[in-house]
Design a protein around this ligand. Structure first.
Ligand SMILES: *Cc1c(COP(=O)(O)O)cnc(C)c1O
Length: 377
């Protein structure tokens, strides 16, 4: 039964490249995750609310070693890093950053060494497990007490890495939200377009996604407009206005659009219009990394009704916004799509409970409380 498979049988062309073939030569891409991610009806929640037309995009299943929304960005970022000849990837994030962990895992898989520049985060169960998983990848880890301090530190570390490695490191911004990474979510919108064409779901009236470093929302919105999907994009704030705001969003959107046009002049110019993006500010609570009663009840409801696991920092808040709209009379007759961005699988920890003492001492504070080793899901 053995049959030689051509590479393209295993990795069919990604939707963005099949629609704009010139981009394939212009923009490096590596296949790291499992795509397309499934689209499924949320039947249990629909039954509870006495309605239909609720769907979920399962980016929680985007990777075998670790999924979530960062895999789509890393497929373009790590491919670009290879092209530059870098040996080391440096990236940043809050202490419990999913992006830092995803980067460390996939960067190692691609043969890079990794440095994680992490900064202080509000204590929450789950951070400890993420830090141990970061550490188990063999990444170098630094901790800074504030974001501003971390930027200066990052420049110093990048310089010393360049001297040690003999090549400049490839620096990925927090969340992977630069035009190269955001291209992953432009492709995601094209992937959704194919699923709509195949009848797996109707064109959603609205799509709900967490609004963090904004790359997910910016790429989706650009991709939706480029592919001609009219869905409203609802970005649910999980970080303060200083991190995520319309001005920064517009420049990420426009720069990504320019990158794609430079790769293929036939890619449409989609100028950003503020009315295209709806930001929900009411689900943030006290701030980033601090969960809310609404998020906790969304976590409970998704799990008990449909067996979907959300997290307290991102998808719990986005899920709470989705449930609020799904239960509103005004939206009872229109299809709504929840975009799940948190990985369901967690890399196995090769370290034991006490091994946090091996981490640089600045990180020990995240292990001070009892349940710190659970992965927070
Ligand atoms: C990073 C992250 C987000 C936010 O995505 P951005 O592109 O940074 O806005 C949402 N959900 C989860 C689980 C994340 O880790």
């Amino acid at each position: 039964m053995a049959r030689t498979r051509k590479r393209n049988d295993v990795y069919p062309m990604i939707p963005l490249f099949s629609r704009f073939p010139k981009l394939r030569a212009a923009i490096p891409h590596l296949s790291l995750g499992t795509f397309p991610t499934p689209v499924e009806p949320l039947r249990g929640i629909g039954r509870r609310y006495g309605r239909s037309g609720l769907f979920i995009k399962r980016d929680d299943l985007s990777g075998l070693i670790y999924g979530g929304n960062k895999v789509r960005k890393l497929e373009f970022l790590l491919a670009d890093a290879k092209k530059t000849g870098a040996k080391r990837i440096i990236t940043s994030g809050a202490a419990g950053s999913n992006h830092a962990l995803a980067t460390a895992l996939y960067s190692r898989q691609c043969g890079f060494t990794t440095t994680l520049m992490l900064f202080e985060q509000h204590q929450l169960p789950g951070i400890g497990a993420t830090l141990l998983a970061d550490f188990a990848t063999g990444a170098d880890m630094f901790h800074d007490s504030a974001y501003s301090e971390h930027l200066a530190h990052l420049r110093n570390i990048a310089d010393s890495c360049e001297r040690a490695d003999g090549a400049p490191p490839y620096i990925i911004p927090a969340g992977g939200s630069c035009p190269t990474g955001i291209t992953g979510f432009v492709n995601a919108a094209f992937e959704l377009g194919e699923q709509i064409s195949r009848g797996l779901l109707p064109e959603p009236a609205a799509i709900y996604v967490a609004y963090g470093t904004m790359g997910t929302a910016a790429g989706l919105l650009l991709g939706l407009r480029a592919v001609g999907i009219r869905s409203k994009l609802i970005a649910v704030r999980v970080v303060p206005e200083s991190v995520a705001n319309c001005v920064k969003f517009a420049s990420l959107f426009n720069e990504t659009n320019s990158l794609l046009i430079s790769g293929d002049p036939s890619f449409p110019r989609c100028s950003f219009n503020e009315n295209d993006l709806t930001i929900y500010d009411d689900f943030l609570g006290e701030g980033y990394g601090m969960t809310t009663p609404a998020a906790l009840s969304a976590i409970e409801e998704f799990a008990s009704a449909d067996g979907i696991m959300l997290d307290p920092v991102y998808t719990g808040k986005a899920g709470a916004a989705f449930l609020a709209d799904a239960s509103s009379r005004d939206l009872a007759d229109v299809p709504l799509l929840f975009w799940h961005t948190k990985s369901r699988c967690f890399p196995p920890l090769s370290t034991g409970r006490g091994d946090y003492l091996l981490l640089p001492s600045d990180f020990h504070r995240y292990f001070a409380t009892g349940g710190a080793i659970s992965d927070g899901q």
